[in-house]
Design a protein around this ligand. Structure first.
Ligand SMILES: [Zn+2]
Length: 575
Protein backbone atom coordinates (compact mmCIF):
# COMPACT_ATOMS: atom_id res chain seq x y z
CA UNK A 1 0.00 0.00 0.00
CA UNK A 2 1.40 3.36 -1.04
CA UNK A 3 0.94 6.56 0.94
CA UNK A 4 0.39 8.59 -2.20
CA UNK A 5 0.40 8.43 -5.98
CA UNK A 6 0.99 11.62 -7.92
CA UNK A 7 -0.93 10.74 -11.04
CA UNK A 8 -0.38 11.76 -14.63
CA UNK A 9 2.19 14.51 -14.27
CA UNK A 10 4.91 15.61 -16.63
CA UNK A 11 7.95 14.32 -14.76
CA UNK A 12 11.17 16.33 -15.01
CA UNK A 13 13.56 14.20 -12.99
CA UNK A 14 16.36 16.69 -12.26
CA UNK A 15 19.01 15.09 -14.48
CA UNK A 16 18.26 17.43 -17.37
CA UNK A 17 16.30 14.75 -19.22
CA UNK A 18 13.21 15.77 -21.18
CA UNK A 19 9.81 15.57 -19.46
CA UNK A 20 8.17 12.13 -19.35
CA UNK A 21 4.48 11.56 -18.67
CA UNK A 22 3.94 9.34 -15.65
CA UNK A 23 3.10 8.76 -12.00
CA UNK A 24 5.16 8.94 -8.83
CA UNK A 25 4.48 6.49 -5.98
CA UNK A 26 5.46 7.48 -2.44
CA UNK A 27 5.80 5.39 0.71
CA UNK A 28 7.41 6.26 4.06
CA UNK A 29 8.75 9.56 2.77
CA UNK A 30 10.49 8.09 -0.24
CA UNK A 31 9.79 7.70 -3.93
CA UNK A 32 9.20 3.99 -4.48
CA UNK A 33 7.89 3.96 -8.05
CA UNK A 34 8.14 6.16 -11.12
CA UNK A 35 6.29 5.52 -14.39
CA UNK A 36 2.92 3.86 -14.59
CA UNK A 37 1.97 3.18 -10.97
CA UNK A 38 -1.20 1.18 -10.27
CA UNK A 39 -0.66 -0.05 -6.71
CA UNK A 40 -3.25 0.57 -4.00
CA UNK A 41 -2.72 3.93 -2.35
CA UNK A 42 -4.05 5.92 0.59
CA UNK A 43 -4.13 9.15 -1.40
CA UNK A 44 -4.03 10.16 -5.04
CA UNK A 45 -2.99 13.59 -6.25
CA UNK A 46 -4.00 14.53 -9.77
CA UNK A 47 -1.02 16.10 -11.53
CA UNK A 48 -2.63 16.33 -14.95
CA UNK A 49 -1.19 19.37 -16.72
CA UNK A 50 1.47 19.90 -14.04
CA UNK A 51 5.23 19.51 -14.03
CA UNK A 52 6.46 17.16 -11.27
CA UNK A 53 10.10 17.84 -10.40
CA UNK A 54 12.52 17.47 -7.49
CA UNK A 55 12.30 20.07 -4.73
CA UNK A 56 14.77 22.91 -5.15
CA UNK A 57 18.03 23.02 -3.21
CA UNK A 58 19.11 26.50 -2.11
CA UNK A 59 22.87 26.36 -1.54
CA UNK A 60 23.27 29.73 0.18
CA UNK A 61 20.90 30.97 2.87
CA UNK A 62 21.15 32.68 6.25
CA UNK A 63 18.03 31.30 7.93
CA UNK A 64 20.03 30.44 11.08
CA UNK A 65 17.96 32.89 13.17
CA UNK A 66 14.63 33.12 11.34
CA UNK A 67 14.10 29.36 11.52
CA UNK A 68 13.23 29.78 15.23
CA UNK A 69 10.37 32.26 14.87
CA UNK A 70 9.34 31.01 11.45
CA UNK A 71 10.05 27.27 11.11
CA UNK A 72 8.50 27.36 7.64
CA UNK A 73 11.32 29.72 6.63
CA UNK A 74 9.09 31.85 4.48
CA UNK A 75 9.18 32.67 1.69
CA UNK A 76 11.67 29.99 0.52
CA UNK A 77 9.13 27.27 1.36
CA UNK A 78 6.63 28.84 -1.04
CA UNK A 79 9.25 28.97 -3.80
CA UNK A 80 9.62 25.20 -3.78
CA UNK A 81 12.84 24.98 -1.79
CA UNK A 82 12.92 21.62 0.02
CA UNK A 83 16.57 21.57 1.16
CA UNK A 84 18.90 24.41 1.98
CA UNK A 85 22.29 25.20 3.43
CA UNK A 86 22.70 27.71 6.26
CA UNK A 87 25.66 28.89 8.31
CA UNK A 88 27.34 30.52 5.34
CA UNK A 89 30.08 33.16 5.09
CA UNK A 90 31.52 32.35 8.54
CA UNK A 91 28.33 33.40 10.33
CA UNK A 92 26.57 31.01 12.70
CA UNK A 93 24.79 31.41 16.02
CA UNK A 94 26.77 28.53 17.56
CA UNK A 95 28.87 27.42 19.30
CA UNK A 96 28.67 29.86 22.21
CA UNK A 97 30.96 29.85 25.25
CA UNK A 98 29.02 32.33 27.36
CA UNK A 99 26.40 35.03 27.07
CA UNK A 100 28.84 37.61 25.78
CA UNK A 101 29.38 35.44 22.69
CA UNK A 102 25.68 35.39 21.89
CA UNK A 103 25.50 39.12 22.43
CA UNK A 104 28.45 39.71 20.08
CA UNK A 105 27.18 37.39 17.33
CA UNK A 106 23.65 38.78 17.52
CA UNK A 107 24.82 42.33 16.96
CA UNK A 108 27.25 41.20 14.29
CA UNK A 109 24.38 39.55 12.39
CA UNK A 110 22.35 42.74 12.58
CA UNK A 111 25.13 44.63 10.86
CA UNK A 112 26.59 42.08 8.50
CA UNK A 113 23.48 40.21 7.36
CA UNK A 114 20.90 42.98 7.76
CA UNK A 115 18.71 41.27 10.33
CA UNK A 116 16.58 43.33 12.72
CA UNK A 117 17.88 43.45 16.30
CA UNK A 118 14.32 43.20 17.69
CA UNK A 119 13.73 40.04 15.64
CA UNK A 120 16.93 38.43 16.92
CA UNK A 121 16.10 39.36 20.51
CA UNK A 122 12.41 38.47 20.52
CA UNK A 123 12.41 35.61 18.04
CA UNK A 124 15.50 33.55 18.90
CA UNK A 125 15.67 31.57 22.18
CA UNK A 126 19.49 31.55 22.50
CA UNK A 127 19.16 28.43 24.67
CA UNK A 128 22.19 26.49 23.48
CA UNK A 129 25.93 26.47 23.90
CA UNK A 130 27.43 23.81 21.61
CA UNK A 131 26.79 23.51 17.89
CA UNK A 132 25.08 20.18 18.52
CA UNK A 133 22.68 21.84 20.98
CA UNK A 134 21.91 24.49 18.37
CA UNK A 135 21.06 21.79 15.81
CA UNK A 136 18.92 20.00 18.40
CA UNK A 137 17.01 23.23 19.19
CA UNK A 138 16.32 23.73 15.46
CA UNK A 139 15.13 20.12 15.15
CA UNK A 140 12.91 20.38 18.27
CA UNK A 141 11.40 23.62 17.04
CA UNK A 142 10.67 21.96 13.70
CA UNK A 143 11.39 22.93 10.13
CA UNK A 144 9.36 22.72 6.94
CA UNK A 145 12.51 22.49 4.81
CA UNK A 146 15.48 20.14 5.18
CA UNK A 147 18.35 22.26 6.39
CA UNK A 148 22.05 21.72 6.95
CA UNK A 149 24.31 24.21 8.71
CA UNK A 150 27.98 24.89 8.14
CA UNK A 151 30.05 25.81 11.21
CA UNK A 152 30.94 29.50 11.05
CA UNK A 153 34.48 30.69 11.67
CA UNK A 154 33.38 33.87 13.49
CA UNK A 155 31.57 31.92 16.22
CA UNK A 156 34.57 29.60 16.75
CA UNK A 157 36.99 32.50 16.93
CA UNK A 158 34.78 34.58 19.23
CA UNK A 159 34.31 31.69 21.65
CA UNK A 160 38.04 31.00 21.87
CA UNK A 161 39.46 34.53 21.72
CA UNK A 162 36.62 36.69 23.08
CA UNK A 163 37.32 40.39 22.43
CA UNK A 164 40.74 39.50 21.01
CA UNK A 165 38.93 37.77 18.12
CA UNK A 166 38.79 41.24 16.58
CA UNK A 167 42.16 42.85 15.92
CA UNK A 168 44.42 39.91 16.79
CA UNK A 169 46.12 36.93 15.20
CA UNK A 170 45.43 33.68 17.05
CA UNK A 171 48.16 31.85 18.99
CA UNK A 172 48.94 28.23 18.14
CA UNK A 173 47.02 27.15 21.26
CA UNK A 174 43.98 29.22 20.23
CA UNK A 175 44.03 27.71 16.74
CA UNK A 176 44.21 24.25 18.30
CA UNK A 177 41.19 25.11 20.48
CA UNK A 178 39.23 26.30 17.45
CA UNK A 179 40.14 23.09 15.67
CA UNK A 180 38.84 21.01 18.60
CA UNK A 181 35.61 23.03 18.65
CA UNK A 182 35.15 22.58 14.92
CA UNK A 183 35.69 18.82 15.33
CA UNK A 184 33.00 18.65 18.04
CA UNK A 185 30.66 20.80 15.97
CA UNK A 186 31.02 18.68 12.84
CA UNK A 187 30.76 15.45 14.82
CA UNK A 188 27.45 16.81 16.15
CA UNK A 189 26.25 17.26 12.56
CA UNK A 190 27.74 20.50 11.25
CA UNK A 191 27.96 20.23 7.45
CA UNK A 192 31.44 21.70 7.20
CA UNK A 193 33.30 24.95 7.65
CA UNK A 194 32.55 28.46 6.40
CA UNK A 195 34.67 31.57 6.63
CA UNK A 196 34.80 35.09 5.29
CA UNK A 197 37.39 37.74 4.59
CA UNK A 198 35.31 40.12 2.56
CA UNK A 199 36.05 43.79 3.15
CA UNK A 200 32.29 44.38 3.28
CA UNK A 201 31.86 42.36 6.49
CA UNK A 202 32.05 44.51 9.62
CA UNK A 203 30.64 43.96 13.08
CA UNK A 204 28.32 46.14 15.17
CA UNK A 205 31.19 48.47 16.09
CA UNK A 206 32.27 48.82 12.48
CA UNK A 207 35.36 46.63 12.91
CA UNK A 208 36.20 43.74 10.59
CA UNK A 209 34.41 40.57 11.76
CA UNK A 210 36.56 37.97 13.63
CA UNK A 211 37.24 35.72 10.62
CA UNK A 212 38.84 38.64 8.78
CA UNK A 213 41.66 38.68 11.34
CA UNK A 214 42.62 35.06 10.81
CA UNK A 215 46.00 34.23 9.29
CA UNK A 216 45.92 31.86 6.32
CA UNK A 217 47.42 29.10 8.49
CA UNK A 218 44.48 29.31 10.87
CA UNK A 219 42.00 29.00 8.01
CA UNK A 220 43.89 26.04 6.53
CA UNK A 221 44.12 24.29 9.90
CA UNK A 222 40.32 24.44 10.13
CA UNK A 223 39.92 23.19 6.56
CA UNK A 224 42.21 20.25 7.39
CA UNK A 225 39.97 19.38 10.34
CA UNK A 226 36.99 19.43 7.99
CA UNK A 227 38.71 16.91 5.73
CA UNK A 228 38.71 14.36 8.57
CA UNK A 229 34.91 14.13 8.56
CA UNK A 230 32.66 12.41 6.01
CA UNK A 231 30.03 14.35 4.08
CA UNK A 232 31.45 17.80 4.76
CA UNK A 233 32.02 20.85 2.57
CA UNK A 234 33.64 24.30 2.59
CA UNK A 235 32.39 27.79 1.84
CA UNK A 236 33.97 31.21 1.87
CA UNK A 237 33.51 34.79 0.79
CA UNK A 238 36.51 37.03 0.06
CA UNK A 239 37.25 40.41 -1.46
CA UNK A 240 37.77 38.74 -4.84
CA UNK A 241 34.17 37.54 -4.87
CA UNK A 242 33.21 41.15 -5.48
CA UNK A 243 36.16 42.73 -7.22
CA UNK A 244 38.03 39.87 -8.87
CA UNK A 245 40.62 37.69 -7.11
CA UNK A 246 44.20 38.64 -6.29
CA UNK A 247 46.86 35.93 -6.64
CA UNK A 248 47.13 35.36 -2.89
CA UNK A 249 43.39 34.76 -2.67
CA UNK A 250 43.53 32.21 -5.49
CA UNK A 251 46.38 30.47 -3.71
CA UNK A 252 44.53 30.35 -0.38
CA UNK A 253 41.28 29.23 -2.00
CA UNK A 254 43.17 26.44 -3.79
CA UNK A 255 44.86 25.27 -0.60
CA UNK A 256 41.60 25.38 1.34
CA UNK A 257 40.00 22.95 -1.06
CA UNK A 258 43.07 20.75 -1.64
CA UNK A 259 44.18 20.52 2.01
CA UNK A 260 40.58 20.35 3.17
CA UNK A 261 39.93 17.65 0.58
CA UNK A 262 36.50 19.13 -0.05
CA UNK A 263 34.68 21.31 -2.59
CA UNK A 264 34.64 25.00 -1.72
CA UNK A 265 31.90 27.30 -2.95
CA UNK A 266 31.94 31.07 -2.93
CA UNK A 267 29.44 33.77 -3.73
CA UNK A 268 28.36 35.59 -5.60
CA UNK A 269 29.55 35.75 -9.18
CA UNK A 270 28.09 38.89 -10.73
CA UNK A 271 28.08 39.02 -14.50
CA UNK A 272 27.88 42.42 -16.11
CA UNK A 273 28.89 43.16 -19.69
CA UNK A 274 30.07 46.58 -18.53
CA UNK A 275 32.71 44.89 -16.33
CA UNK A 276 33.67 41.73 -18.24
CA UNK A 277 37.19 41.70 -16.78
CA UNK A 278 35.90 40.98 -13.23
CA UNK A 279 33.87 38.01 -14.36
CA UNK A 280 36.72 36.66 -16.51
CA UNK A 281 39.14 37.02 -13.61
CA UNK A 282 36.80 35.09 -11.33
CA UNK A 283 36.18 32.25 -13.76
CA UNK A 284 39.92 32.06 -14.46
CA UNK A 285 40.61 31.89 -10.71
CA UNK A 286 38.31 28.87 -10.36
CA UNK A 287 39.85 27.22 -13.43
CA UNK A 288 43.39 27.75 -12.16
CA UNK A 289 42.53 26.36 -8.71
CA UNK A 290 40.76 23.38 -10.22
CA UNK A 291 43.68 22.64 -12.53
CA UNK A 292 45.77 22.35 -9.35
CA UNK A 293 43.54 19.73 -7.80
CA UNK A 294 40.95 21.91 -6.05
CA UNK A 295 37.20 21.91 -6.58
CA UNK A 296 36.04 25.52 -6.49
CA UNK A 297 32.50 26.45 -7.41
CA UNK A 298 31.15 29.98 -7.85
CA UNK A 299 27.51 30.64 -7.09
CA UNK A 300 25.65 32.93 -9.43
CA UNK A 301 22.08 34.16 -9.51
CA UNK A 302 20.02 33.48 -12.66
CA UNK A 303 17.78 36.51 -12.14
CA UNK A 304 18.43 40.15 -11.35
CA UNK A 305 17.77 40.80 -7.68
CA UNK A 306 17.01 44.39 -6.86
CA UNK A 307 18.65 45.77 -3.74
CA UNK A 308 17.38 48.96 -2.21
CA UNK A 309 19.60 51.71 -0.86
CA UNK A 310 19.40 54.26 1.89
CA UNK A 311 21.40 57.27 2.99
CA UNK A 312 20.18 56.61 6.52
CA UNK A 313 20.77 52.95 7.38
CA UNK A 314 23.80 50.86 6.48
CA UNK A 315 23.85 49.60 2.89
CA UNK A 316 26.20 48.97 -0.02
CA UNK A 317 26.47 52.72 -0.74
CA UNK A 318 28.49 53.05 2.44
CA UNK A 319 31.16 50.92 0.73
CA UNK A 320 31.88 53.59 -1.87
CA UNK A 321 35.39 55.05 -1.50
CA UNK A 322 35.66 57.13 1.70
CA UNK A 323 31.91 57.47 2.03
CA UNK A 324 32.11 56.07 5.52
CA UNK A 325 33.80 59.26 6.70
CA UNK A 326 30.38 60.89 6.29
CA UNK A 327 28.11 57.89 6.81
CA UNK A 328 29.64 56.77 10.08
CA UNK A 329 28.64 60.11 11.63
CA UNK A 330 25.54 60.21 13.78
CA UNK A 331 22.36 61.51 12.18
CA UNK A 332 22.45 65.20 13.13
CA UNK A 333 26.09 65.51 12.09
CA UNK A 334 25.61 63.49 8.93
CA UNK A 335 22.63 65.58 7.91
CA UNK A 336 24.52 68.78 8.62
CA UNK A 337 27.33 67.60 6.34
CA UNK A 338 24.89 66.58 3.62
CA UNK A 339 23.36 70.06 3.63
CA UNK A 340 26.73 71.33 2.36
CA UNK A 341 26.74 71.13 -1.49
CA UNK A 342 30.52 70.80 -1.51
CA UNK A 343 30.32 67.64 0.58
CA UNK A 344 27.66 66.27 -1.75
CA UNK A 345 29.84 66.97 -4.79
CA UNK A 346 32.80 65.35 -3.02
CA UNK A 347 30.73 62.19 -2.35
CA UNK A 348 29.63 62.11 -5.97
CA UNK A 349 33.23 62.37 -7.15
CA UNK A 350 34.45 59.72 -4.73
CA UNK A 351 31.76 57.37 -5.97
CA UNK A 352 33.04 57.78 -9.53
CA UNK A 353 36.60 56.67 -8.66
CA UNK A 354 37.87 53.36 -10.04
CA UNK A 355 38.37 52.21 -6.43
CA UNK A 356 34.60 51.85 -6.23
CA UNK A 357 35.09 48.52 -8.01
CA UNK A 358 31.91 46.47 -8.15
CA UNK A 359 30.05 49.21 -6.29
CA UNK A 360 30.41 51.51 -9.28
CA UNK A 361 27.26 49.74 -10.43
CA UNK A 362 25.47 51.78 -7.80
CA UNK A 363 26.41 55.16 -9.17
CA UNK A 364 23.95 55.50 -12.03
CA UNK A 365 21.97 58.00 -9.95
CA UNK A 366 19.65 58.90 -12.85
CA UNK A 367 18.32 55.35 -12.71
CA UNK A 368 17.38 55.36 -9.04
CA UNK A 369 13.70 54.92 -8.45
CA UNK A 370 12.16 56.53 -5.40
CA UNK A 371 10.67 53.92 -3.05
CA UNK A 372 8.92 54.69 0.21
CA UNK A 373 9.06 58.34 1.32
CA UNK A 374 7.95 59.79 4.64
CA UNK A 375 7.62 63.58 4.55
CA UNK A 376 4.91 65.78 3.06
CA UNK A 377 7.55 67.45 0.90
CA UNK A 378 8.23 64.15 -0.86
CA UNK A 379 4.65 63.17 -1.50
CA UNK A 380 4.06 61.96 -5.04
CA UNK A 381 7.71 61.09 -5.71
CA UNK A 382 7.38 57.34 -5.11
CA UNK A 383 7.88 55.37 -8.32
CA UNK A 384 9.59 58.22 -10.20
CA UNK A 385 13.24 58.11 -11.22
CA UNK A 386 15.82 60.51 -9.92
CA UNK A 387 16.85 61.46 -13.46
CA UNK A 388 13.34 62.58 -14.15
CA UNK A 389 12.97 64.54 -10.91
CA UNK A 390 16.44 66.08 -11.28
CA UNK A 391 15.68 67.39 -14.77
CA UNK A 392 12.50 68.93 -13.44
CA UNK A 393 14.42 70.62 -10.62
CA UNK A 394 17.34 71.61 -12.82
CA UNK A 395 19.83 69.84 -10.54
CA UNK A 396 22.24 66.95 -10.74
CA UNK A 397 20.67 63.60 -9.89
CA UNK A 398 22.85 62.84 -6.86
CA UNK A 399 22.25 66.33 -5.41
CA UNK A 400 18.53 65.74 -5.91
CA UNK A 401 18.81 62.42 -4.12
CA UNK A 402 20.38 64.05 -1.08
CA UNK A 403 17.81 66.85 -1.17
CA UNK A 404 14.91 64.37 -1.12
CA UNK A 405 16.55 62.19 1.55
CA UNK A 406 17.11 65.18 3.86
CA UNK A 407 13.37 65.90 3.75
CA UNK A 408 12.81 62.37 5.10
CA UNK A 409 15.54 62.57 7.73
CA UNK A 410 17.46 60.23 5.36
CA UNK A 411 14.84 57.44 5.61
CA UNK A 412 13.86 57.52 1.91
CA UNK A 413 14.06 54.07 0.26
CA UNK A 414 15.90 53.99 -3.08
CA UNK A 415 15.70 51.29 -5.74
CA UNK A 416 18.53 51.44 -8.27
CA UNK A 417 17.13 50.10 -11.55
CA UNK A 418 19.31 47.34 -12.99
CA UNK A 419 22.24 48.54 -15.08
CA UNK A 420 23.07 45.07 -16.33
CA UNK A 421 19.83 44.01 -17.98
CA UNK A 422 21.37 44.09 -21.49
CA UNK A 423 21.47 41.26 -24.01
CA UNK A 424 25.25 40.81 -23.78
CA UNK A 425 25.14 40.41 -19.97
CA UNK A 426 22.46 37.77 -20.38
CA UNK A 427 24.46 35.99 -23.09
CA UNK A 428 27.46 35.84 -20.74
CA UNK A 429 25.27 34.60 -17.89
CA UNK A 430 23.74 31.80 -19.94
CA UNK A 431 27.27 30.77 -20.94
CA UNK A 432 28.43 30.83 -17.30
CA UNK A 433 25.55 28.62 -16.11
CA UNK A 434 27.03 25.74 -18.11
CA UNK A 435 30.58 26.24 -16.82
CA UNK A 436 31.67 23.37 -14.57
CA UNK A 437 32.91 25.79 -11.89
CA UNK A 438 29.62 27.70 -11.71
CA UNK A 439 26.47 26.77 -9.86
CA UNK A 440 23.11 28.52 -9.54
CA UNK A 441 22.56 30.02 -6.09
CA UNK A 442 23.36 32.90 -3.82
CA UNK A 443 19.87 33.93 -2.74
CA UNK A 444 21.11 35.00 0.70
CA UNK A 445 17.54 34.22 1.79
CA UNK A 446 17.02 35.02 5.46
CA UNK A 447 19.51 37.91 5.29
CA UNK A 448 19.45 41.56 4.19
CA UNK A 449 15.77 41.36 4.98
CA UNK A 450 14.71 44.91 4.16
CA UNK A 451 17.23 45.38 1.32
CA UNK A 452 16.71 42.55 -1.11
CA UNK A 453 14.65 39.44 -1.83
CA UNK A 454 16.67 36.61 -3.36
CA UNK A 455 14.36 33.75 -2.42
CA UNK A 456 12.18 34.03 -5.56
CA UNK A 457 15.05 32.99 -7.86
CA UNK A 458 13.69 29.48 -8.38
CA UNK A 459 10.29 30.16 -9.86
CA UNK A 460 11.31 33.54 -11.28
CA UNK A 461 14.03 31.81 -13.30
CA UNK A 462 11.69 29.04 -14.45
CA UNK A 463 9.28 31.73 -15.65
CA UNK A 464 12.12 33.40 -17.53
CA UNK A 465 13.16 30.09 -19.10
CA UNK A 466 9.60 29.25 -20.14
CA UNK A 467 8.08 32.60 -21.05
CA UNK A 468 10.80 35.25 -20.91
CA UNK A 469 14.32 35.25 -22.36
CA UNK A 470 14.29 31.45 -22.76
CA UNK A 471 18.05 31.22 -22.37
CA UNK A 472 17.95 27.58 -21.37
CA UNK A 473 15.43 24.76 -21.35
CA UNK A 474 13.12 24.16 -18.41
CA UNK A 475 14.56 20.66 -17.68
CA UNK A 476 18.08 22.10 -17.68
CA UNK A 477 17.06 24.93 -15.34
CA UNK A 478 15.49 22.37 -13.02
CA UNK A 479 18.71 20.33 -13.10
CA UNK A 480 20.61 23.43 -12.00
CA UNK A 481 18.13 24.02 -9.16
CA UNK A 482 18.06 20.44 -7.89
CA UNK A 483 20.54 17.73 -8.83
CA UNK A 484 23.55 20.00 -9.34
CA UNK A 485 23.52 21.53 -5.82
CA UNK A 486 22.43 18.23 -4.22
CA UNK A 487 25.50 16.56 -5.74
CA UNK A 488 27.89 19.37 -4.70
CA UNK A 489 26.84 18.95 -1.06
CA UNK A 490 26.54 15.17 -1.29
CA UNK A 491 22.91 15.32 -0.10
CA UNK A 492 22.12 11.64 0.13
CA UNK A 493 19.13 10.49 -1.96
CA UNK A 494 17.97 14.02 -2.69
CA UNK A 495 17.75 16.18 -5.82
CA UNK A 496 16.10 13.76 -8.27
CA UNK A 497 12.79 12.15 -8.99
CA UNK A 498 13.96 8.55 -8.89
CA UNK A 499 13.16 5.36 -7.01
CA UNK A 500 14.77 5.31 -3.59
CA UNK A 501 15.11 9.10 -3.38
CA UNK A 502 13.32 11.13 -0.73
CA UNK A 503 9.96 12.45 -1.86
CA UNK A 504 11.05 16.11 -1.94
CA UNK A 505 8.87 17.30 -4.80
CA UNK A 506 7.43 20.37 -6.49
CA UNK A 507 4.29 20.31 -8.64
CA UNK A 508 3.86 23.44 -10.73
CA UNK A 509 1.84 24.83 -13.60
CA UNK A 510 4.27 25.78 -16.34
CA UNK A 511 1.96 28.53 -17.65
CA UNK A 512 1.61 30.25 -14.28
CA UNK A 513 4.97 29.66 -12.64
CA UNK A 514 6.68 32.84 -11.42
CA UNK A 515 6.87 35.26 -8.52
CA UNK A 516 4.77 38.19 -7.33
CA UNK A 517 6.24 41.69 -7.06
CA UNK A 518 8.42 42.31 -4.04
CA UNK A 519 6.78 44.38 -1.30
CA UNK A 520 7.73 45.65 2.14
CA UNK A 521 5.89 43.91 5.00
CA UNK A 522 6.20 44.34 8.76
CA UNK A 523 5.76 40.76 9.95
CA UNK A 524 8.99 39.96 11.80
CA UNK A 525 9.18 39.81 15.61
CA UNK A 526 8.90 43.34 16.97
CA UNK A 527 7.03 44.30 13.77
CA UNK A 528 10.36 44.77 12.02
CA UNK A 529 10.26 44.90 8.25
CA UNK A 530 11.33 42.70 5.39
CA UNK A 531 10.86 42.45 1.66
CA UNK A 532 8.48 39.73 0.67
CA UNK A 533 7.19 38.00 -2.41
CA UNK A 534 5.24 34.82 -3.09
CA UNK A 535 5.46 32.21 -5.81
CA UNK A 536 2.85 31.79 -8.49
CA UNK A 537 1.93 28.52 -10.17
CA UNK A 538 3.23 26.30 -7.34
CA UNK A 539 0.45 23.79 -6.77
CA UNK A 540 2.14 21.55 -4.24
CA UNK A 541 5.44 21.18 -2.42
CA UNK A 542 6.37 17.99 -0.58
CA UNK A 543 9.23 17.43 1.86
CA UNK A 544 10.06 13.86 2.87
CA UNK A 545 6.72 12.74 1.44
CA UNK A 546 4.65 15.25 3.41
CA UNK A 547 2.83 18.16 1.77
CA UNK A 548 4.08 21.56 2.96
CA UNK A 549 2.46 23.86 0.39
CA UNK A 550 -0.87 23.55 -1.43
CA UNK A 551 -1.93 26.08 -4.06
CA UNK A 552 0.75 28.50 -2.93
CA UNK A 553 -0.26 28.37 0.74
CA UNK A 554 1.77 26.67 3.50
CA UNK A 555 0.29 23.75 5.45
CA UNK A 556 0.89 23.21 9.17
CA UNK A 557 3.33 20.37 8.51
CA UNK A 558 6.99 20.61 9.52
CA UNK A 559 8.42 17.46 7.94
CA UNK A 560 11.91 18.85 7.24
CA UNK A 561 15.01 17.28 8.65
CA UNK A 562 18.15 18.82 10.07
CA UNK A 563 20.72 17.43 7.64
CA UNK A 564 23.79 16.20 9.52
CA UNK A 565 27.15 15.53 7.93
CA UNK A 566 27.90 11.89 7.39
CA UNK A 567 24.41 10.75 8.39
CA UNK A 568 22.59 12.63 5.62
CA UNK A 569 25.45 13.53 3.31
CA UNK A 570 28.09 11.63 1.36
CA UNK A 571 31.65 12.78 0.95
CA UNK A 572 32.24 14.67 -2.28
CA UNK A 573 35.97 14.25 -2.89
CA UNK A 574 38.09 16.79 -4.68
CA UNK A 575 39.43 15.29 -7.89
ZN1 LIG B 1 26.13 34.90 2.78
Amino acid sequence: MLDMIIKGGSIVDGTGAAPVAGDVGIRDGRIVAVGQVDEPTAETVDADGLVVCPGFVDPHTHYDAQIFWDPRTTPSNLFGVTSMIGGNCGFTLAPLGDESDGEYLKKMMVKVEGMALEALELGVPWNWRSFGEYLDRVAENGTAINVGFLVGHCALRRLVMKDDSVGHVATAEQVAQMRRLLRESIEAGGLGFSTGRSFTHNDWDGNPVPSRWAASDEVLELCRETSAHPGTTLEWVADGCLNGFEDDEVELMTKMSVEGGRPLNWNVLTIDSARPEAYRNQIAACEKANSEGAKIVALTMPILVGMNMSLGTFCALHQLPEWKTIFSLDYPERMAKLRDPEVVTWLENQAALPEAGVFSRLTGWDNYQVGDTYSAANEGLKGRTLGDIARERGKRAFHTMVEIALEDDLATVWWPLPTDDDAESWRLRAQAWEHEAVMIGGSDAGAHLDRMAGAPYTTAWLADCLHGRQLTSMPNAIRHLTDVPARLFGLRDRGRVAEGFFADLVLFDADEVGATDVELVFDLPGDSKRLYSEATGIKRVMVNGVTTVVDGQPTDALPGKVLRSGADTDTVPVP
